[in-house]
Design a protein around this ligand. Structure first.
Ligand SMILES: Cc1ncc(COP(=O)(O)O)c(C=O)c1O
Length: 416
Protein backbone atom coordinates (compact mmCIF):
# COMPACT_ATOMS: atom_id res chain seq x y z
CA UNK A 1 0.00 0.00 0.00
CA UNK A 2 1.38 3.39 -0.99
CA UNK A 3 2.08 5.74 1.84
CA UNK A 4 1.58 9.46 1.28
CA UNK A 5 3.30 12.20 3.17
CA UNK A 6 1.99 15.48 4.47
CA UNK A 7 4.01 17.50 1.97
CA UNK A 8 2.49 15.78 -1.05
CA UNK A 9 0.33 18.38 -2.81
CA UNK A 10 -3.34 17.70 -3.04
CA UNK A 11 -3.82 14.97 -0.53
CA UNK A 12 -5.69 16.87 2.17
CA UNK A 13 -8.23 18.41 -0.18
CA UNK A 14 -10.75 15.62 0.27
CA UNK A 15 -11.07 12.04 1.47
CA UNK A 16 -13.87 11.39 -1.00
CA UNK A 17 -12.93 8.31 -3.01
CA UNK A 18 -9.22 9.04 -2.58
CA UNK A 19 -8.24 6.42 0.02
CA UNK A 20 -6.40 3.17 -0.57
CA UNK A 21 -8.62 0.09 -0.91
CA UNK A 22 -7.76 -3.00 1.11
CA UNK A 23 -6.44 -6.27 -0.25
CA UNK A 24 -9.89 -7.79 0.39
CA UNK A 25 -11.52 -5.05 -1.67
CA UNK A 26 -9.09 -5.59 -4.56
CA UNK A 27 -9.80 -9.32 -4.30
CA UNK A 28 -13.55 -8.68 -4.41
CA UNK A 29 -13.08 -6.50 -7.48
CA UNK A 30 -11.80 -9.53 -9.37
CA UNK A 31 -15.08 -11.29 -8.69
CA UNK A 32 -17.26 -8.54 -10.21
CA UNK A 33 -20.18 -9.91 -12.17
CA UNK A 34 -20.85 -7.48 -15.02
CA UNK A 35 -24.25 -8.88 -16.06
CA UNK A 36 -26.48 -5.99 -17.12
CA UNK A 37 -29.44 -7.10 -15.01
CA UNK A 38 -29.58 -9.03 -11.73
CA UNK A 39 -25.85 -9.58 -11.29
CA UNK A 40 -24.44 -11.55 -8.36
CA UNK A 41 -22.45 -8.46 -7.38
CA UNK A 42 -25.66 -6.46 -6.97
CA UNK A 43 -27.13 -9.24 -4.79
CA UNK A 44 -24.09 -9.17 -2.55
CA UNK A 45 -24.19 -5.36 -2.35
CA UNK A 46 -27.93 -5.42 -1.61
CA UNK A 47 -27.51 -8.03 1.15
CA UNK A 48 -24.73 -6.06 2.87
CA UNK A 49 -26.64 -2.76 2.74
CA UNK A 50 -29.86 -4.42 3.91
CA UNK A 51 -28.13 -6.17 6.80
CA UNK A 52 -26.63 -2.83 7.86
CA UNK A 53 -29.47 -0.42 7.14
CA UNK A 54 -32.54 -2.64 7.02
CA UNK A 55 -34.36 -0.74 4.23
CA UNK A 56 -36.69 -2.46 1.77
CA UNK A 57 -35.41 -0.84 -1.44
CA UNK A 58 -31.67 -0.54 -2.14
CA UNK A 59 -30.86 1.56 -5.22
CA UNK A 60 -27.19 1.91 -6.29
CA UNK A 61 -25.96 5.21 -7.75
CA UNK A 62 -22.60 6.39 -9.08
CA UNK A 63 -22.11 8.93 -6.22
CA UNK A 64 -23.98 10.47 -3.30
CA UNK A 65 -25.12 13.48 -5.32
CA UNK A 66 -26.81 11.24 -7.90
CA UNK A 67 -28.85 9.69 -5.05
CA UNK A 68 -29.70 13.23 -3.89
CA UNK A 69 -30.85 14.34 -7.33
CA UNK A 70 -32.99 11.25 -7.82
CA UNK A 71 -34.61 11.45 -4.37
CA UNK A 72 -35.28 15.21 -4.46
CA UNK A 73 -36.58 15.22 -8.04
CA UNK A 74 -38.96 12.39 -7.13
CA UNK A 75 -40.11 13.71 -3.74
CA UNK A 76 -40.04 17.55 -3.82
CA UNK A 77 -42.36 20.18 -5.26
CA UNK A 78 -41.54 23.84 -5.93
CA UNK A 79 -41.83 25.77 -2.64
CA UNK A 80 -41.17 22.74 -0.40
CA UNK A 81 -38.79 22.94 2.54
CA UNK A 82 -36.24 20.32 3.64
CA UNK A 83 -34.89 20.49 7.20
CA UNK A 84 -31.45 19.17 8.18
CA UNK A 85 -28.80 19.78 10.85
CA UNK A 86 -26.60 21.38 8.13
CA UNK A 87 -27.01 20.48 4.47
CA UNK A 88 -23.87 19.50 2.59
CA UNK A 89 -23.26 21.73 -0.49
CA UNK A 90 -24.42 19.21 -3.11
CA UNK A 91 -27.46 18.36 -0.96
CA UNK A 92 -28.46 22.03 -0.67
CA UNK A 93 -27.81 22.62 -4.39
CA UNK A 94 -29.92 19.62 -5.44
CA UNK A 95 -32.81 20.77 -3.21
CA UNK A 96 -32.64 24.33 -4.53
CA UNK A 97 -32.41 23.02 -8.09
CA UNK A 98 -35.92 21.58 -7.57
CA UNK A 99 -37.21 25.02 -6.47
CA UNK A 100 -37.35 23.95 -2.81
CA UNK A 101 -35.59 25.49 0.21
CA UNK A 102 -32.93 23.88 2.42
CA UNK A 103 -33.09 24.99 6.07
CA UNK A 104 -30.29 24.26 8.60
CA UNK A 105 -31.34 23.70 12.23
CA UNK A 106 -28.19 22.53 14.02
CA UNK A 107 -27.94 23.31 17.76
CA UNK A 108 -26.42 26.77 18.50
CA UNK A 109 -23.28 25.10 19.98
CA UNK A 110 -22.69 23.57 16.53
CA UNK A 111 -22.04 27.02 15.08
CA UNK A 112 -19.35 28.01 17.58
CA UNK A 113 -16.01 26.37 16.79
CA UNK A 114 -14.47 27.27 20.17
CA UNK A 115 -17.14 25.48 22.24
CA UNK A 116 -16.64 21.94 23.54
CA UNK A 117 -19.74 19.73 23.25
CA UNK A 118 -19.82 15.98 22.58
CA UNK A 119 -22.43 16.11 19.78
CA UNK A 120 -22.23 19.43 17.98
CA UNK A 121 -23.98 17.94 14.93
CA UNK A 122 -27.25 17.49 16.85
CA UNK A 123 -30.46 19.02 15.58
CA UNK A 124 -32.03 21.81 17.64
CA UNK A 125 -35.20 19.91 18.57
CA UNK A 126 -37.05 23.01 19.78
CA UNK A 127 -36.35 24.84 16.52
CA UNK A 128 -37.38 21.73 14.57
CA UNK A 129 -40.70 21.53 16.41
CA UNK A 130 -41.31 25.26 15.90
CA UNK A 131 -40.69 25.05 12.13
CA UNK A 132 -42.83 21.91 11.81
CA UNK A 133 -45.56 23.67 13.74
CA UNK A 134 -45.45 26.93 11.81
CA UNK A 135 -44.59 25.71 8.31
CA UNK A 136 -45.42 22.02 8.52
CA UNK A 137 -47.40 21.96 5.29
CA UNK A 138 -44.39 23.10 3.26
CA UNK A 139 -41.92 20.70 4.91
CA UNK A 140 -41.55 17.61 2.77
CA UNK A 141 -38.85 15.75 4.69
CA UNK A 142 -36.49 15.95 7.65
CA UNK A 143 -32.87 14.87 7.19
CA UNK A 144 -29.83 14.41 9.41
CA UNK A 145 -26.26 14.44 8.12
CA UNK A 146 -24.01 12.05 10.07
CA UNK A 147 -21.39 13.18 10.75
CA UNK A 148 -22.14 16.82 9.99
CA UNK A 149 -19.51 17.55 7.32
CA UNK A 150 -20.39 21.22 6.69
CA UNK A 151 -20.51 21.89 10.44
CA UNK A 152 -16.94 20.76 11.15
CA UNK A 153 -17.54 16.98 10.86
CA UNK A 154 -19.35 16.95 14.18
CA UNK A 155 -21.23 13.83 15.35
CA UNK A 156 -24.91 13.32 16.15
CA UNK A 157 -26.09 11.35 19.20
CA UNK A 158 -28.52 8.43 19.12
CA UNK A 159 -30.69 10.30 21.60
CA UNK A 160 -30.95 13.25 19.22
CA UNK A 161 -31.70 10.97 16.24
CA UNK A 162 -34.54 9.41 18.27
CA UNK A 163 -35.88 12.90 19.05
CA UNK A 164 -35.76 13.94 15.39
CA UNK A 165 -37.52 10.77 14.30
CA UNK A 166 -40.23 11.23 16.90
CA UNK A 167 -40.92 14.83 15.83
CA UNK A 168 -40.79 14.05 12.10
CA UNK A 169 -43.25 11.20 12.51
CA UNK A 170 -45.54 13.19 14.82
CA UNK A 171 -45.91 15.69 11.96
CA UNK A 172 -46.18 12.93 9.31
CA UNK A 173 -42.82 13.67 7.61
CA UNK A 174 -40.34 11.07 6.33
CA UNK A 175 -36.95 11.08 8.04
CA UNK A 176 -33.83 10.50 5.90
CA UNK A 177 -30.17 10.10 6.87
CA UNK A 178 -27.33 11.55 4.80
CA UNK A 179 -25.13 8.67 5.91
CA UNK A 180 -21.75 9.30 4.19
CA UNK A 181 -19.89 8.97 7.49
CA UNK A 182 -22.22 6.67 9.42
CA UNK A 183 -19.31 4.55 10.71
CA UNK A 184 -17.40 7.56 12.05
CA UNK A 185 -20.60 8.68 13.76
CA UNK A 186 -21.08 5.22 15.30
CA UNK A 187 -17.55 5.35 16.75
CA UNK A 188 -18.21 8.79 18.22
CA UNK A 189 -21.44 7.51 19.79
CA UNK A 190 -19.60 4.58 21.32
CA UNK A 191 -16.96 6.86 22.80
CA UNK A 192 -19.14 9.74 23.93
CA UNK A 193 -22.76 8.73 24.53
CA UNK A 194 -23.64 7.39 27.98
CA UNK A 195 -24.57 3.70 27.93
CA UNK A 196 -23.06 3.00 24.48
CA UNK A 197 -19.47 2.06 25.43
CA UNK A 198 -19.94 -1.67 25.29
CA UNK A 199 -21.88 -1.86 22.04
CA UNK A 200 -20.31 -2.91 18.74
CA UNK A 201 -20.06 -0.08 16.16
CA UNK A 202 -22.15 -2.20 13.78
CA UNK A 203 -24.96 -2.51 16.29
CA UNK A 204 -24.95 1.27 16.80
CA UNK A 205 -24.93 1.86 13.04
CA UNK A 206 -27.86 -0.53 12.61
CA UNK A 207 -29.85 1.35 15.23
CA UNK A 208 -29.07 4.70 13.55
CA UNK A 209 -30.32 3.48 10.17
CA UNK A 210 -33.40 1.80 11.65
CA UNK A 211 -34.55 5.09 13.14
CA UNK A 212 -34.85 6.52 9.61
CA UNK A 213 -37.29 5.92 6.75
CA UNK A 214 -34.52 6.11 4.20
CA UNK A 215 -30.89 7.06 3.62
CA UNK A 216 -28.61 8.55 1.02
CA UNK A 217 -24.98 7.62 0.98
CA UNK A 218 -21.80 8.49 -0.85
CA UNK A 219 -19.82 5.23 -0.67
CA UNK A 220 -16.68 7.27 -1.38
CA UNK A 221 -16.43 8.00 2.33
CA UNK A 222 -17.39 5.25 4.79
CA UNK A 223 -18.00 2.79 1.93
CA UNK A 224 -14.18 2.91 1.59
CA UNK A 225 -14.57 2.75 -2.19
CA UNK A 226 -13.21 5.00 -4.92
CA UNK A 227 -16.64 5.56 -6.45
CA UNK A 228 -20.30 4.77 -5.71
CA UNK A 229 -23.28 5.51 -3.55
CA UNK A 230 -26.84 4.46 -2.88
CA UNK A 231 -30.35 5.52 -2.03
CA UNK A 232 -32.24 3.20 0.32
CA UNK A 233 -35.82 3.59 1.49
CA UNK A 234 -38.99 1.82 2.62
CA UNK A 235 -41.71 3.72 0.71
CA UNK A 236 -42.77 1.51 -2.25
CA UNK A 237 -44.32 4.27 -4.38
CA UNK A 238 -41.39 6.66 -3.92
CA UNK A 239 -38.89 3.86 -4.61
CA UNK A 240 -40.68 3.11 -7.89
CA UNK A 241 -40.47 6.77 -8.95
CA UNK A 242 -36.78 6.87 -8.02
CA UNK A 243 -36.01 3.70 -9.95
CA UNK A 244 -37.75 5.09 -13.05
CA UNK A 245 -35.57 8.19 -12.91
CA UNK A 246 -32.49 6.06 -12.16
CA UNK A 247 -33.02 4.18 -15.41
CA UNK A 248 -33.07 7.49 -17.33
CA UNK A 249 -29.81 8.83 -15.98
CA UNK A 250 -27.80 6.19 -14.06
CA UNK A 251 -28.66 2.79 -15.48
CA UNK A 252 -30.58 -0.38 -14.68
CA UNK A 253 -31.65 -0.68 -11.00
CA UNK A 254 -29.15 -3.46 -10.32
CA UNK A 255 -26.09 -1.42 -11.24
CA UNK A 256 -27.13 2.28 -11.16
CA UNK A 257 -24.14 3.72 -12.99
CA UNK A 258 -21.58 1.40 -11.36
CA UNK A 259 -19.64 -1.59 -12.63
CA UNK A 260 -20.25 -4.93 -10.92
CA UNK A 261 -16.74 -4.72 -9.47
CA UNK A 262 -17.56 -1.34 -7.87
CA UNK A 263 -20.54 -2.95 -6.11
CA UNK A 264 -18.19 -5.66 -4.82
CA UNK A 265 -15.71 -3.06 -3.50
CA UNK A 266 -18.48 -1.16 -1.70
CA UNK A 267 -19.99 -4.31 -0.18
CA UNK A 268 -16.59 -5.27 1.23
CA UNK A 269 -15.82 -1.70 2.36
CA UNK A 270 -19.10 -1.33 4.25
CA UNK A 271 -18.17 -4.37 6.32
CA UNK A 272 -14.54 -3.37 6.87
CA UNK A 273 -15.33 0.14 8.03
CA UNK A 274 -17.08 -1.25 11.10
CA UNK A 275 -14.32 -3.72 11.84
CA UNK A 276 -12.83 -2.86 15.23
CA UNK A 277 -9.32 -3.87 14.10
CA UNK A 278 -8.95 -1.57 11.10
CA UNK A 279 -8.59 1.85 12.68
CA UNK A 280 -6.58 3.32 9.78
CA UNK A 281 -9.62 2.85 7.53
CA UNK A 282 -11.62 5.31 9.61
CA UNK A 283 -10.50 8.90 9.52
CA UNK A 284 -11.68 12.07 11.13
CA UNK A 285 -10.90 15.19 9.11
CA UNK A 286 -9.21 18.10 10.90
CA UNK A 287 -11.18 21.37 10.76
CA UNK A 288 -9.57 24.74 11.42
CA UNK A 289 -11.59 27.75 12.50
CA UNK A 290 -10.15 30.13 9.90
CA UNK A 291 -11.79 33.29 11.23
CA UNK A 292 -10.21 32.74 14.67
CA UNK A 293 -6.84 31.70 13.21
CA UNK A 294 -6.66 34.86 11.06
CA UNK A 295 -8.42 37.49 13.20
CA UNK A 296 -7.01 40.33 11.07
CA UNK A 297 -9.05 39.14 8.06
CA UNK A 298 -12.75 40.03 7.99
CA UNK A 299 -15.34 37.58 6.73
CA UNK A 300 -15.80 39.58 3.53
CA UNK A 301 -12.10 39.09 2.83
CA UNK A 302 -12.47 35.31 2.98
CA UNK A 303 -10.29 34.00 5.83
CA UNK A 304 -10.98 30.41 4.74
CA UNK A 305 -9.66 30.98 1.24
CA UNK A 306 -6.77 33.08 2.57
CA UNK A 307 -5.70 30.24 4.91
CA UNK A 308 -6.17 27.61 2.22
CA UNK A 309 -3.94 29.64 -0.12
CA UNK A 310 -1.32 30.17 2.59
CA UNK A 311 -1.14 26.44 3.34
CA UNK A 312 -0.63 25.68 -0.32
CA UNK A 313 1.94 28.40 -0.92
CA UNK A 314 3.84 27.51 2.24
CA UNK A 315 3.77 23.73 2.23
CA UNK A 316 2.14 22.54 -1.01
CA UNK A 317 -0.84 21.40 1.07
CA UNK A 318 -4.23 21.52 -0.57
CA UNK A 319 -7.07 22.01 1.88
CA UNK A 320 -10.75 22.79 1.42
CA UNK A 321 -12.61 25.96 2.41
CA UNK A 322 -15.96 25.28 4.07
CA UNK A 323 -17.37 28.75 4.58
CA UNK A 324 -18.82 31.67 2.66
CA UNK A 325 -17.37 30.50 -0.63
CA UNK A 326 -18.75 26.98 -0.41
CA UNK A 327 -22.04 28.27 1.04
CA UNK A 328 -22.68 31.80 -0.28
CA UNK A 329 -25.12 33.57 2.00
CA UNK A 330 -25.79 30.62 4.34
CA UNK A 331 -22.42 29.85 5.98
CA UNK A 332 -22.39 30.45 9.71
CA UNK A 333 -18.69 29.57 10.13
CA UNK A 334 -15.48 30.05 8.15
CA UNK A 335 -13.73 26.67 8.30
CA UNK A 336 -10.87 24.97 6.50
CA UNK A 337 -10.87 21.17 6.31
CA UNK A 338 -7.81 18.95 6.10
CA UNK A 339 -9.07 15.54 5.00
CA UNK A 340 -6.97 12.55 6.08
CA UNK A 341 -6.89 9.76 3.52
CA UNK A 342 -8.21 6.35 4.50
CA UNK A 343 -5.67 3.56 4.59
CA UNK A 344 -2.89 5.92 3.45
CA UNK A 345 -2.05 8.37 6.21
CA UNK A 346 -2.90 9.14 9.80
CA UNK A 347 -3.92 12.33 11.55
CA UNK A 348 -0.76 11.97 13.66
CA UNK A 349 1.33 12.46 10.49
CA UNK A 350 0.05 16.02 10.13
CA UNK A 351 3.11 18.03 11.05
CA UNK A 352 1.58 21.35 12.09
CA UNK A 353 2.74 24.13 9.79
CA UNK A 354 3.72 27.52 11.24
CA UNK A 355 0.53 28.94 9.74
CA UNK A 356 -1.59 26.37 11.58
CA UNK A 357 0.21 27.06 14.85
CA UNK A 358 -0.62 30.70 14.32
CA UNK A 359 3.01 31.86 14.45
CA UNK A 360 2.85 33.51 11.06
CA UNK A 361 -0.88 34.03 10.89
CA UNK A 362 -0.57 37.82 10.77
CA UNK A 363 1.42 37.52 7.54
CA UNK A 364 -1.46 35.89 5.67
CA UNK A 365 -2.98 38.33 3.18
CA UNK A 366 -6.73 38.75 2.82
CA UNK A 367 -8.50 37.98 -0.44
CA UNK A 368 -10.79 39.75 -2.80
CA UNK A 369 -13.19 37.77 -4.94
CA UNK A 370 -13.61 38.13 -8.64
CA UNK A 371 -16.59 35.81 -8.51
CA UNK A 372 -19.90 37.31 -7.70
CA UNK A 373 -22.54 35.05 -6.07
CA UNK A 374 -25.79 36.96 -5.80
CA UNK A 375 -26.16 35.90 -2.17
CA UNK A 376 -23.04 37.68 -0.98
CA UNK A 377 -23.38 41.12 0.56
CA UNK A 378 -22.55 43.89 -1.89
CA UNK A 379 -19.48 44.90 0.14
CA UNK A 380 -17.83 41.51 -0.39
CA UNK A 381 -17.67 41.87 -4.15
CA UNK A 382 -14.59 42.91 -6.02
CA UNK A 383 -14.70 46.67 -6.63
CA UNK A 384 -14.80 46.32 -10.39
CA UNK A 385 -17.99 44.24 -10.13
CA UNK A 386 -19.95 46.73 -8.08
CA UNK A 387 -22.33 48.52 -10.41
CA UNK A 388 -22.97 52.25 -10.36
CA UNK A 389 -26.16 52.01 -8.34
CA UNK A 390 -24.70 49.58 -5.85
CA UNK A 391 -25.93 46.55 -7.76
CA UNK A 392 -23.75 43.81 -9.05
CA UNK A 393 -23.70 43.94 -12.82
CA UNK A 394 -22.61 40.40 -13.37
CA UNK A 395 -23.56 36.94 -12.16
CA UNK A 396 -21.35 34.15 -10.99
CA UNK A 397 -19.35 32.66 -12.64
CA UNK A 398 -17.72 35.65 -14.25
CA UNK A 399 -16.00 35.07 -17.53
CA UNK A 400 -14.82 38.58 -18.13
CA UNK A 401 -15.04 42.01 -16.65
CA UNK A 402 -16.20 45.09 -18.46
CA UNK A 403 -13.97 47.58 -16.68
CA UNK A 404 -10.55 48.31 -18.03
CA UNK A 405 -7.68 47.12 -15.93
CA UNK A 406 -9.50 44.18 -14.32
CA UNK A 407 -8.50 41.56 -16.85
CA UNK A 408 -10.03 38.12 -16.94
CA UNK A 409 -12.02 37.20 -13.83
CA UNK A 410 -10.74 33.90 -12.66
CA UNK A 411 -11.15 33.69 -8.92
CA UNK A 412 -9.54 35.03 -5.81
CA UNK A 413 -6.77 37.55 -5.77
CA UNK A 414 -4.72 38.45 -2.73
CA UNK A 415 -5.10 42.04 -1.68
CA UNK A 416 -1.87 43.96 -1.56
C1 LIG B 1 -22.41 14.85 3.85
C2 LIG B 1 -22.26 14.65 2.36
N1 LIG B 1 -23.36 14.46 1.61
C3 LIG B 1 -23.27 14.26 0.27
C4 LIG B 1 -22.05 14.24 -0.38
C5 LIG B 1 -21.99 14.05 -1.87
O1 LIG B 1 -21.40 12.83 -2.20
P1 LIG B 1 -20.59 12.61 -3.58
O2 LIG B 1 -19.37 13.42 -3.53
O3 LIG B 1 -20.33 11.14 -3.64
O4 LIG B 1 -21.51 13.02 -4.70
C6 LIG B 1 -20.88 14.44 0.37
C7 LIG B 1 -19.56 14.45 -0.28
O5 LIG B 1 -18.55 14.86 0.29
C8 LIG B 1 -20.99 14.64 1.79
O6 LIG B 1 -19.90 14.81 2.56
Amino acid sequence: MRSLTFAEPGFLLTDSGTGAMSAAQWGALMQGDESYAGSRSYKRFENVVRDLAGFKHIIPTHQGRAAERILFHSALQIGDVVLNNIHFDTTRANIEHEGAAARDLVIPEGRQPSLIHPFKGNMDLKALERVLDEEGRRVSMVMMTVTNNSGGGQPVSLENLRGVRELAHRYGKPFFLDACRFAENSWFIRQREPGQHRRAPKEIAQEMFRLADGALMSAKKDGLANIGGFLALNDDALAQKCRNLLILTEGFPTYGGLAGYDLEAIATGLKEVLDEGSSDRRTTPVYIAAAATLPHIERGEFPGIALTNALYLEGGVRACEIGSVMFPGTASMELVRLAVLRGSSRSSSLAPSPHLRGERASEVASCESRYCPRRWPEAWRCRCHRGRRGRCRRRWPMSSCSRRGCGICRGFRHRR
